[in-house]
Each structure stands twice: as C-alpha cells, then as structure tokens.
Design a protein around this ligand. Structure first.
Ligand code: URA
Length: 434
C-alpha cells in the first residue's frame, strides 16, 4: 500500500475499502508514515467525509491496533459514558465514581483536550501523582477493588487513537463525524465495556454546529456501537453555553469536587445525574428512569461518590488529600478580571470563544508538543441568566507564562452579551435516543 495513494483517493472523495483502512492504520501504528502524510489524510477526510461503512472499518482497524480487553466476573455491569466534547465538560469526574458507587463497573478510557474542548485525562493529571497509563492488569485489579478505573489510550490500548487524536487536535481536523465515531467507539469497545451512554453535545461549543448534524452523529454512533454489540443510549445535551463556571484543567477538578460535595453548579449536577441514571438503566441496576435518578441522587448526596473519587485517586497514585484540600491542586501564577461596564444580565456566552480563550491561556494545546499549564483557564462569576453589576468582574482569567492574554481577553469580551432582562432558561437535555 502506498500511503500517498490513500491521500489521493480521499482527496478525490473516494470511499476507502476496509482493507485499505486497516492497512493505513497498521502502517501508522508501525511508525511507517510521516506525520505530514497522516495530517494530509486527516484533512482530506475532514473535507470529503467518510461514509458509514468507512467509519465502521476505521473503528475496527483502530480497535485492532492494540489489545482488546475482556473482564471476567467484574463487580457490576460494565457500563461507560463518553462525551463528544464540550467546554467546561467535567461530567466524567463526577459521573464515573458516582456510577461505581451505584453498582456499575466503569472501565473508562478517556482522551486529552481536543481543539477548543477540554479532556478528562488532562484534568485528572493535574492531581499530583495521578497516573493514567494503566495496564490491563492494573485496570482489572482496580475494577475488582473499587469498581472504577480511568485511563488513557496507550501503546497497548488503541494506539491508533493515541496517534490520530493528538494530530487531529493540532491540525483542525477534529470535526468530522466518521473520525469522531471511530475515535470514541474504538476506545469504548477495546476497553471492554458492554454498555455505553453517549453525551452528544449540541450547540456552538460542540464540534458539529447544527442540531441536524449532531443528531446524525448520534445516530451514527448508536448504529456503529450496536453493530459491535454495545448496548447504547445517547442524550443530546446543551453545549450552547459552557458547562458550569470553571473552564481549564485544575479549575475543573475543583468544580467537580464541589459537585461531589453537593456544592457544585446545578447544570453539572443535573446532566451528571441524568447520564448516570441512563447508565443504571443500561446496566440493569434499575428498571425505571425515576428509580435510577433516585439512586444516583441518593449516592451523590450521601457522599458515596466523593469517597469513591478519593479511592480512585489513591488507587491511581494520586494525592487523595486534594479531596479535602483542593488548594493542593496546581494554580496559575496570575489572574486577570473581565469587568462589567453596566448593570444588567448575562444574556449569552459563546462557549466556543470561551474554549478558545482557555486554549490561549494554555489550558489546551496549539501544537502536539505544547505543554499545558494545569492551573490555567477561565472562571465565570456570571453564567447565562445571572445578574452583573457595573464594575464587578464577570469572569477571571487564570494564567502563567506563555499565555496569550490579549487574545484570551478579546475572545471573552466578544463572547458575552449583556442586556436588561433575564433570558428565558434553556433545557439541558435536548433529546434522548435509545
Ligand atoms: N472524544 C473522543 O474521544 N474523540 C473525539 O473525536 C471526540 C470526542
């Protein structure tokens, strides 16, 4: 196989047969393809698209690039959740320990920041000592012991996603439905989950703008997952505003801890409870949505999920003291406020601009080699519908050396619209596909 021929074929808009996708992935993982050719293929796919059969073929080729885990006798139903990516989306940090506290076994393999969106691995790795490069044996031991493990793609598990994910992040080629489908489902199938809840984000802060394109993505994810034997439900959830008040890695861990303590933002709590309830239904732990929601709410309010998060941190080498002392998490060296110029209400806050601002502050990466600043990001003192007073800060930028402060401030100023009357509330859960 000549890799250049594949790039030419995708450039023309041809569909690649499964054997060509598997040859391409084998060559990439073997290190036989220069980055510029992989990037060119990704860009051709981004513009020409992939049909459903190609997405299935790429998913299978990516799974086959590494081990496929199977957990015998797990302590509960093997249920996982994955988000298509959003701004301030720290749901997994609350949901994974909560679902485990409710009786699921959660073998969660996550990703890093992608484009303007944050990644669970980058957030977890702000916890001093926390390791995400778990082997199959470590995953299995941890699932048995505490019912939850959270790890990364490695050279053993979906190495193809590890390579493509980092290149997509740095080449503006994230937003293609087939690439998103293969990236998400290769991880979930390879990790050994038997059921999956998808949090498909809709709105400006998601990767696909329109509701129609997002629904199509959800249906493609559902049919591909079910074709691979994974019981799957998808919720379309609001990403037309950042989720919660914190955007940036350690800042989001703090907010997740607050949510686990019952002090978190309502939107984060609600979306987390709904998604956890779907996991309990898929896993057969509860039969009705009401009972599933009740169980999830009870375990969250009783502090069981917080204790599970502490166990998870300790099991993965992290400093569990951060649970009671979040000040031990890394913090940015500097802060800068955005101040309201008049009294009013925050009518709208474009999440894409907030995500881009946080990347400019170095909470995300512009190049594959860039190091993120774990303490960097944005804290919103006002979210959509809240009142602001002239002279008061409505957002604070957290940053250190290397931050592009001017760009971040300009993006944030343009992201916010203020007005005289509170806007009507918007639903957080937009559609359910089961
Ligand atoms: N999450 C992933 O793992 N991959 C994507 O492409 C998007 C979100």
């Amino acid at each position: 196989m000549r890799f250049l021929d594949l790039i030419e074929a995708k450039k023309r808009g041809d569909a690649l047969a499964p054997d060509r996708w598997s040859a391409a992935i084998r060559a990439i993982v073997a290190g036989g393809v220069p980055d510029y050719q992989i990037a060119a293929l990704l860009m051709a796919v981004r513009w020409r698209g992939m049909d459903a059969a190609e997405a299935v073929a790429l998913t299978e080729a990516m799974i086959d690039s590494g081990e496929r885990w199977k957990f015998d006798a797990p302590p509960g139903p093997l249920v996982d959740k994955h988000s298509t990516g959003g701004v301030g989306d720290k749901v997994s940090l609350v949901l994974a320990p909560l679902a485990a506290a409710c009786g699921c076994a959660v073998p969660m393999v996550s990703g890093r920041g992608l484009g303007h969106s944050g990644g669970t691995l980058d957030k977890l790795e702000t916890i001093p000592g926390f390791r995400t490069d778990l082997s199959r044996e470590a995953f299995a031991r941890q699932l048995d012991a505490i019912g939850v493990a959270m790890g990364a793609q490695t050279e053993h598990l979906v190495p193809a996603d590890r390579i493509l994910y980092a290149l997509r992040d740095a080449t503006a080629t994230v937003d293609e439905p087939g690439l998103i489908t293969a990236s998400i489902l290769s991880k979930k199938i390879a990790e050994g989950a038997s059921a999956l809840v998808l949090d498909v984000k809709v709105g400006r802060g998601a990767f696909l703008g329109s509701i129609e394109a997002t629904r199509e993505l959800a249906l493609r994810l559902l049919s591909t997952a079910r074709g691979a034997g994974l019981a799957t439900t998808a919720l379309l959830t609001d990403m037309d505003q950042p989720l919660g008040r914190a955007v940036g890695n350690a800042l989001e861990v703090r907010e997740a801890l607050a949510c686990l303590r019952g002090e978190g933002p309502e939107a984060l709590r609600q979306i987390t409870l709904e998604l956890t309830a779907e996991m309990l239904l898929l896993g057969g732990i509860e039969r009705s949505r009401d009972r599933a929601l009740q169980l999830a709410t009870r375990e969250l309010d009783a502090g069981a999920a917080l204790e599970k998060f502490r166990d998870l941190i300790a099991a993965q080498g992290g400093d569990p003291a951060i649970v009671d002392a979040p000040d031990r998490l890394p913090a940015a060296t500097d802060t800068g406020d955005l101040v309201a110029t008049a009294d009013g209400f925050l009518l709208d806050l474009d999440p894409l601009a907030v995500g881009r601002a946080s990347v400019a502050l170095r909470a995300g990466r512009d190049t594959r080699e860039a190091a993120i600043d774990p303490g960097a990001g944005v804290v919103l003192h006002a979210v959509r519908g809240e009142e602001v007073r002239a002279g008061q800060p409505w957002a604070t930028m957290h940053f250190g050396s290397g931050a592009d402060l001017d760009t971040a401030a300009r993006l944030l100023e343009r992201a916010a619209t203020f007005g005289d009357a509170a806007p009507s509330p918007r639903p957080l859960i937009i559609e359910r596909h089961a």
